[in-house]
Design a binder for this molecule. Structure first.
Ligand code: 13P
Length: 251
């Protein structure tokens, strides 16, 4: 399975940061680019400008969220049609920073499955995020929480080669802590098993990404773990050189 290396810029990036995008384009143009898919999920304001820089390059454009409705009275939200028009091939849905009540979003898995559905209907590939909190892990509930989110966040019709699952343990996001190789392998195995149970053989085709403090220094080890088919990268995707270091590790 071709790995997917996805960068999530979160609420970072002004027009001046386009230099990181153009630098990354130059890096991936060099001979010997690793055989992986690459996507940059940028803030909404950078989508239209980035569409120009990324056209005809091996880097796809992605957004970080979309609404589940086609259009309507949803102040401050954005629709799948809008991000698709801005050049997106991918969209992250259900990130823990949107599931959490702290950011005032409090998104539930049922809404996330609707977002994935509308993204697919607009020809985009959703990256569906799931992951447990530290409290849930310490209470021995990591697996059940992840499986519950997975089951409820999947849309009804799943074209297996057009969706990715990102397992992001919340306690590993932006903390510098990564889950250990054994923990990652175990959870990715559990997710794979559940996907095959739900989708049959098609479940083998769904890419399962790991996210949470992935850096150039730990990417090769993480990407070498069974059932890890890519990475969802926050902080280390902001600088072209760091992100390219992770891309190289996928090759
Ligand atoms: P960090 O790589 O900064 O830990 O962020 C992970 C993440 O949340 C990606 O979506």
């Amino acid at each position: 399975m071709k790995p997917l290396i996805a960068g999530n810029w979160k609420m970072h990036g002004l027009l001046a940061d386009r230099k990181e995008i153009t630098a990354l384009v130059e890096m991936v143009k060099q001979p010997g680019k690793p055989d992986c898919d690459i996507v940059l999920c940028l803030p909404f304001t950078l989508l239209f400008p980035a569409m120009k820089y990324l056209a005809e390059t091996p880097i796809s454009l992605g957004a970080q969220d979309c609404h589940w409705d086609e259009f309507g009275a949803h102040t401050g939200d954005i629709s799948a049609a809008m991000i698709s028009e801005a050049g997106c091939d991918y969209v992250i849905v259900g990130h823990s920073e949107r599931r959490s009540g702290h950011g005032a979003h409090g998104e539930r898995s049922q809404a996330i499955s609707q977002k994935a559905k509308v993204a697919l209907a607009h020809g985009m590939m959703p990256i569906i995020c799931i992951g447990e909190s530290l409290d849930e892990r310490e209470a021995g509930k990591a697996e059940s929480q992840v499986l519950d989110q997975l089951k409820k966040s999947l849309p009804k019709e799943v074209p297996a080669d057009r969706i990715s699952i990102a397992y992001e343990p919340i306690w590993a996001i932006g903390t510098g802590l990564t889950a250990g190789a054994a923990e990652i392998g175990e959870m990715h195995g559990v997710i794979r098993h559940a996907l095959v149970e739900t989708l049959g053989r098609q479940g083998e085709k769904v890419r399962i990404l790991y996210g949470g403090s992935v850096k150039p220094g730990n990417a090769a080890e993480i990407l070498g773990i069974d059932n890890v088919n890519g990475a969802l990268v926050g902080g280390a995707s902001l600088k072209a050189e760091d992100f390219y270091g992770i891309i190289k590790a996928a090759g």
